[in-house]
Design a protein around this ligand. Structure first.
Ligand code: TTP
Length: 393
């Protein structure tokens, strides 16, 4: 079966992290997010992958190339993001048999993708508490009979998880009219497949749709925890590594460092001396965690530097960020309330008691900067020495 993976989106809700990298290429543990999806498809037996690309397309092309894990990769360009059916339609020239459609910004449990491929025509479903916020699937005798978008009175608690295995005939059904919100939706293609075929639901044990910055942290919490302990880098005898810790070849951990997994330190990164890293943290390629720095439950993108005497908790730091000595991130409100964050101009709850800051690429903080919880620093933003920053900039 062929797999069409949608990766044309910018990810406007995850800005500024998507300023130079499309959301599906943001790091989740040891790979870009979309690579988890492509790997799951290949493990399930995909013999060709078509990546639908658009925003910052070259980043995707450079990573996957024309062959990835011995499977041919093709690219379809979606010029304008006018919906998921339109995205799959952009890949139509490559489709010549049954095909799967997966989202490059979703994380699926890989066993379910195996089952999806086996049971084609099939769709992945996930049990949710509030089905009225999703596309809801109705089933009779183990077959899907209907899909309704965001129903006020949901017939089941089975939400559509956006992973489909379609018969070849569906290739001719990709040109659907625009929906009420003006997009050509893949769910309208699914509705036709449901009319013509017995479509099986495949229940996912675990699934994530990564849309907003704190969901990138949660994606890393999930996938870092699946890594097996491996120490290939240079680690001082005076360092202590506990639990699920991966130190890649070419990474350095100096003396006095304590790391409590799950933590991944990627090639070219350095930690220490005397640093404390804990709780689902990714220190990506070439990043630096220096002397007397504590990093907890965070993502440090390639080249990010937290050089000295700083605290970073529950935060995402973009590429080549530089935190000056003494930069301290607040990640908890005194009233213990959920931390809010600005998404496309609106303050929304992250649902998290602990959340720090999101710093776009090349942000630089002056020495002794204090950053309040839920702060967004745009690409290239700077702070003065000694400043307390409590408004996005
Ligand atoms: P979304 O998460 O709805 O869109 P997005 O990725 O652009 O993010 P945001 O809403 O924050 O701007 O998209 C779901 C998936 O489908 C994702 O993998 C991107 C992909 N997609 C396309 O490839 N083309 C499209 O026209 C649309 C709407 C989505």
């Amino acid at each position: 079966m062929q797999a069409v993976v949608l990766a044309a989106g910018e990810g406007t809700r995850i800005r500024p992290l998507s300023a130079a990298v499309p959301k599906p290429m943001l790091p989740v543990a040891d790979r870009p997010m979309a690579a988890h999806t492509v790997d799951a498809a290949i493990d399930a037996g995909a013999d060709e992958v078509v990546l639908v690309i658009g925003y910052e397309a070259d980043t995707v092309r450079e990573y996957f190339g024309t062959e990835y894990r011995d499977v041919p990769i093709n690219y379809a360009i979606q010029e304008e993001q006018s919906g998921t059916a339109d995205a799959v339609n952009a890949a139509r020239e490559y489709i010549d048999g049954a095909f799967a459609v997966l989202n490059g910004d979703n994380l699926y449990d890989p066993a379910a993708i195996d089952e999806l491929f086996e049971r084609c025509p099939a769709v992945c479903a996930v049990e949710v508490d509030q089905p009225q916020n999703y596309g809801v699937l109705s089933t009779t005798d183990g077959t899907i009979t209907d899909i309704v978008e965001k129903p006020a009175d949901p017939p089941t608690n089975l939400a559509n998880a956006g992973a489909y295995a379609f018969p070849e005939e569906a290739r001719a059904w990709l040109e659907v009219p625009a929906s009420e919100r003006g997009e050509h939706e893949i769910t309208d293609v699914l509705a036709q497949v449901i009319d013509e075929y017995a479509v099986s639901p495949v229940t996912l044990e675990r699934w994530m749709d990564v849309g907003r910055p704190w969901e990138l942290l949660e994606a890393n919490e999930w996938k870092l925890d699946t890594l097996e302990r491996r120490i290939d880098g240079e680690v001082s005898d005076q360092a202590r590594l506990e639990g699920n810790v991966v130190i890649e070849e070419g990474a350095t951990v100096e003396s006095g460092v304590v790391i409590e997994g799950p933590v991944l330190v990627r090639s070219g990164a350095t930690v220490g001396p005397n640093a404390y890293v804990r709780g689902a943290t990714l220190i990506d390629e070439g990043a630096t965690v220096g002397h007397a720095v504590e990093v907890k439950n965070s993502v440090l993108s390639p080249g990010a530097t937290v050089g000295h005497l700083s605290y970073v908790g529950d935060s995402v730091l973009g590429r080549d960020v530089n935190f000056g000595a003494g930069t301290t991130v607040g990640n908890l409100r005194h009233d213990d309330g959920d931390i809010k964050f600005t998404v496309k101009g609106d303050r929304v709850s992250t649902g998290r008691r602990k959340f720090g800051v999101v710093a776009g690429d090349e942000v630089k903080t002056g020495i002794n900067t204090s950053l309040t919880p839920g702060l967004k620093l745009e690409t290239g933003a700077t702070t003065h020495p000694g400043e307390t920053v409590d408004r996005d900039r």
